[in-house]
Design a protein around this ligand. Structure first.
Ligand SMILES: Nc1ncnc2c1ncn2[C@@H]1O[C@H](COP(=O)(O)OP(=O)(O)O)[C@@H](O)[C@H]1O
Ligand SMILES: [Mg+2]
Length: 414
């Protein structure tokens, strides 16, 4: 029996609070897991940015990555480590790079989800390149954007086909505003999407491996109040549907950590934004839900590192499409997709692993979230985002919400 240390790397950018909590709880767990004949302990460290040889070996079993979507040096290090050393990464860097919102809409439409009707519009203007004029003069058809708006039916949303962080998103109520918004959209390639309005519920479903948390999201509230703290705000049936849709999306694209937005109108859930491979993890947004996120991240990363989980390098989309193309009802198809997703995320094995090896995690984390180190992590994040005169007030607000979540968790356990 060998004693082995499995290393977990954190590839970080502006993150402040969650890594501190993750690292501290991992230490406090003090794991010595008997697994397949070995004794496993776990260590985390932060990846640095520096020149690397493509033949450099990789010390990590798992990397939790927060940079791939914009920092290319880290993305390429991650890719070469997967290819050369079988590194496991949340999230798959190739699908994250290539499956923007547009592909995610198309694929989930094919699976039968009720993504609102969406059009893609060629950009209003271009950066000059040598082949641009011949290409456009031969093939670009003049079009009336007002007709697209009419065929969708107002209101519509104009938003970048590869968007994120609400940049360049506008709600449009008539053809005049549409023309103006298009004129102002410049070189960005835009979607026009039928609005799901009025909606009576907006959810963000945060998935981490097979774990999903459904949060009541309030897009019009100030940033610190957008993640609602209500419980049981959807029925058990809806909760299952939302979990199922999130699992399928995440398994389909190879995203271990992703958040999916859906809007409910007339009793139907419409997914509108579900290619978010670097979900908000900050205590200043998540507050009440922050301990859940840290615990879910720890469970899934420890499971992946212990079991030396394989990255899935080739996508198995044809198998999903075969189900999609069958004569089954959407509910029946969804059940089949979910079975594939649960298999992909090894839900049963994961749950067994957690109850056998991580049964103390809830208590260790709960105790940690009452410590000065946790309080300081909250303060550090608040200091980075809020003006000086609001630091005390908001540190206290987020801290109290974390304390409420500890009480709620304790009462649910009882
Ligand atoms: N089809 C839609 N119906 C209603 N609201 C929408 C729709 N599309 C976008 N929105 C609103 O605009 C916001 C940003 O759009 P979203 O697609 O989530 O882009 P991003 O990727 O930038 O977050 C959403 O959170 C929602 O409030
Ligand atoms: Mg969004």
């Amino acid at each position: 029996m060998a004693k082995i240390t499995r290393k977990i790397g954190l590839s970080l950018g502006a993150d402040i609070c969650w890594p501190i909590c993750y690292e501290e709880i991992l230490k406090r767990l003090d794991l010595n897991i008997e697994f397949e004949g070995d004794t496993l302990s776990f260590e985390s460290s932060r990846l640095t940015i520096e020149p690397f040889s493509l033949r450099q070996s990789c010390q990590y079993e798992v990397v939790i990555d927060r940079l791939t979507h914009w920092y290319h040096t880290s993305r390429e290090w991650i890719k070469k480590s997967i290819v050369m050393d079988d590194l496991y990464v949340f999230n798959n860097p190739w699908t994250l790079q290539s499956m923007e919102k547009h592909t995610s809409y198309s694929a989930m439409m094919r699976l039968g989800m009720s993504v609102p009707d969406t059009w893609l519009i060629p950009p209003k203007s271009y950066l000059e390149t040598p082949d641009l004029q011949p290409t456009l003069s031969r093939y670009a058809r003049l079009f009336d954007i007002g007709k697209v708006g009419e065929s969708l039916g107002y209101p519509v949303f104009m938003k970048p086909y590869d968007g994120g962080a609400w940049v360049g998103v506008s709600k449009i109520d008539d053809s005049e505003t549409l023309t103006r918004a298009y004129d102002e959209s410049g070189t960005r390639v835009m979607h026009l999407q039928k609005a799901v309005l009025p909606f009576d519920c907006f959810v963000r479903c945060v998935g981490l491996g097979p774990q999903v948390r459904i949060v009541n999201y309030k897009p019009d509230a100030p940033l610190h109040d957008r993640y609602g703290m209500e419980e049981n705000f959807v029925s058990a049936k809806e909760e299952k549907l939302l979990r199922d849709m999130t699992l399928v999306i995440n398994a389909f694209f190879g995203w271990d950590f992703n958040s999916c937005e859906a809007l409910r109108r007339d009793g139907n859930w419409n997914p509108i934004d579900f290619a978010n491979g670097c979900p908000d993890s900050q205590v200043t947004s998540l507050h009440f839900h922050f301990p859940w996120l840290i615990k879910a991240n720890l469970r899934w990363s420890i499971f992946c590192a212990a079991t030396r989980r394989n990255m899935r390098l080739n996508l198995d989309w044809p198998e999903y499409f075969a189900i999609a193309d069958s004569d089954l009802s959407f509910e029946e198809k969804l059940a089949k997709y979910v079975a594939r997703a649960e298999e992909r995320f090894e839900t049963d094995r994961f749950e067994e692993f957690c109850s056998k090896h991580l049964s103390h995690l809830d208590d260790v984390a709960d105790e940690f979230f009452g410590t000065d180190i946790a309080m300081d992590a909250v303060r550090q994040k608040v200091e980075a985002l809020f003006p000086a005169h609001e630091i005390d007030e908001f540190t206290e607000l987020f801290w109290q919400r974390i304390q409420n979540s500890r009480t709620t968790a304790a009462s649910t356990h009882a």
